[in-house]
Design a protein around this ligand. Structure first.
Ligand SMILES: NC(=O)CC[C@H](N)C(=O)O
Length: 339
């Protein structure tokens, strides 16, 4: 008789999730500053995981601390570190999925950057919190649990980088923080969420769609691109200052459908003549910036951001410029390719 102990008595292997911790409120601790004051990035990723009951039954978790900062301090160096670590983890089959803990202020920017430079079918999910772990009804543990649940769901593959906050699954391209303090602050503008998650289920409501892949600049450098915020009584001073400061690109957070004053438009013409790529986005939260509506983009040589908000338009323009793409028409095509 065969007396070998069957290997099948071992529990089915759980998926492997690499948790990359970067800081934010989800790693926050109360401070003495005020009744609601706290310091973001005071708790490590390992401590964070220890405070999420049941998450160890969803996945085998390995935690690495990539940074521990409030995300208003997020920067290119951390972005490149994240992107390289994720590429390496999947290339060497170290993990089946990645969850990134992150402050909420710039979560949409990090999500969009990674979505644009990573080319992988493996789930990459960002999550965070609006209340520190020491607050009443802290949202971090539930968000972390749900992020791991989404990251380990088979149907999360091939969807690019996702944001999971407050029971909702968002695609990197569309997600924005829309409220300074509310738990329900993330919305997928112009598109709606891609899915929903609760402790029992993960449901996607859109077909899987991989996002644009531009690759990671090999020298880890991104060119200077400035955002100009438009307003009533606007002159061209800030734009001329940006030209003098050596900007390679400008993104206008325009009024309405990406508009600027006549004086500012003349300054943008000077920028284009100086070889600077100018993208018109909007300071309005919802809606597309379309070409050739009030501004004649063809005549002025401008790019319309379409659905991308100023912060994300800046990242896409930086990556295109880093890739050597400077022609407005080609940049416009790439902006349009993401949806
Ligand atoms: N809710 C938050 O995460 C905000 C805290 C901090 N400003 C950050 O983005 O990291």
């Amino acid at each position: 008789a065969n007396t070998t102990t069957p290997a099948a008595v071992a529990p089915a292997a759980l998926p492997r999730v690499l948790v990359l911790a970067t800081g934010g409120t989800i790693s926050g601790r109360a401070s003495a500053r005020s009744a609601i004051g706290y310091d973001a990035g005071a708790v490590t990723g390992a401590e964070l995981i220890a405070g999420v009951p049941g998450v160890g039954r969803l996945a085998r978790l390995r935690v690495e601390q990539i940074a521990n900062i409030p995300s208003q301090n997020m920067n290119n160096a951390v972005w490149f570190r994240l992107a390289e670590r994720i590429r390496q983890a999947f290339a060497h089959n170290e993990a089946d999925a990645v969850v990134i803990t992150h402050g909420t202020d710039t979560m949409e920017e990090t999500a969009f950057f990674l979505d644009t430079v990573l080319d992988t079918p493996h789930p990459v999910v960002l999550t965070g919190a609006m209340r520190p772990g020491t607050a009443i009804s802290a949202d971090g543990p539930a968000n972390m649990y749900e992020a791991v649940k989404v990251a380990t769901a088979p149907q999360a593959a091939g969807r690019g980088v996702l944001v999971v906050m407050d029971d909702v699954i968002h695609a990197a391209r569309w997600v924005s923080k829309t409220h300074t303090t509310a738990l329900q602050t993330f919305l997928s503008r112009n598109a709606g969420p891609v899915g929903f998650v609760d402790p029992a289920s993960v449901r996607f409501v859109t077909p899987a769609q991989q996002s644009g892949y531009l690759g990671l600049p090999a020298d880890h450098k991104l060119p200077r691109v400035e955002i100009i915020y438009a307003h009533a009584d606007m002159d061209g001073r800030q734009i001329d200052d940006a030209i003098r400061a050596g900007a390679r690109g400008l993104v206008v957070a325009g009024m309405g459908d990406g508009n600027v004053s006549d004086d500012a438009l003349s300054a943008l013409d000077r920028a284009v003549r100086a070889g600077i790529v100018v993208v018109r986005s909007t300071r309005v939260g919802d809606g597309f910036v379309n070409r050739d509506v009030e501004v004649d983009d063809d005549q002025h040589g401008l790019v319309a951001s379409l659905d991308l908000n100023p912060a994300k338009a800046r990242i896409l323009l930086q990556l295109l410029l880093a890739d050597g793409t400077t022609a407005a028409a080609e940049i416009q095509r790439t902006f349009a390719a993401g949806h």
